[in-house]
Design a protein around this ligand. Structure first.
Ligand code: ADP
Ligand code: MG
Length: 219
């Protein structure tokens, strides 16, 4: 479970998050809606430990992030949480497979074990057989699927996705949502994603809205 308690964050004295609270249940698909500039990305980055809040705590499976040593924090960022961005952010000079293996190389873990896990992920994600292609040879939807595989390769429990369908057309956006649903069901992962698409949000288990620096549950 991932919990944000009393989070405050300002940039140049401009409050973005003020007493923001959130509780993400395990193995759920959770949508975050909200106007542009309302603080959704800031919140997701704080949730994932990429940014620090001015006040408040994030706890991940019962551990309060800020009380952990640097090494433990890095391990959470690397192994418990996977990020997916609006633009897939695959490195163009590496094959899809090598992109997916990057977090494994960073964590200095076994590549041969990871290749087996990758194969399983590619099958679940429907990109089996495409892994030796370069990103430029893949469609937008396929690239986003490999970005999801990269987020999962270190066996993270939670995926944080910041407008993952923002660069996709409606059909591919719906396909991505179906993919998230199968990641939830087949792998029991928690997926927290930011979207402007109310149709996608409506298919999620939980809908939260960011407003005036706070998140509130809508369903
Ligand atoms: P959203 O993702 O909902 O569009 P953001 O979290 O990106 O919103 O931004 C919320 C507000 O914080 C915006 O006004 C944005 O300009 C500001 N902001 C975000 N990141 C920074 C930063 N690193 N420095 C200064 N201002 C920032
Ligand atoms: Mg944003």
């Amino acid at each position: 479970m991932i919990v944000a308690k009393n989070i405050f964050k300002s940039y140049q004295n401009q409050a973005v998050l003020s007493d923001c609270n959130f509780l993400g249940s395990n193995s759920k698909l959770i949508a975050i809606l909200g106007a542009s500039g309302s603080g959704k990305s800031t919140f997701l980055n704080i949730l994932g430990g990429i940014e620090q809040p001015d006040k408040g705590t994030i706890s991940i499976n019962g551990k309060i992030y800020s009380t952990l040593k640097d090494k433990e924090q890095a391990e959470i960022r690397n192994k418990q949480i996977g990020f997916v961005f609006q633009e897939h952010r695959l490195l163009p000079e590496l094959s899809a497979l090598e992109n997916v293996l990057l977090p494994v190389r960073i964590a200095n873990e076994s590549i041969s074990e990871a290749k087996k896990r990758a194969q399983g992920l590619f099958e679940i994600l429907g990109v089996d057989g495409l892994e030796n292609k370069m990103p430029a040879e893949l469609s937008g939807g396929e690239k986003q699927r490999f970005a999801v595989a990269r987020a999962l390769i270190n066996e993270a429990d939670t995926i944080l996705a910041d407008e993952p369908s923002g660069a996709l057309d409606n059909k591919n956006a719906e396909n991505l949502l179906d993919l998230f649903l199968s990641v939830r069901d087949k792998l029991s992962k928690t997926i927290i994603f930011v979207t402007h698409n109310e149709t996608l949000a409506a298919k999620s288990d939980e809908i939260w809205r960011m407003n005036d620096g706070q998140l509130s549950r809508e369903n």
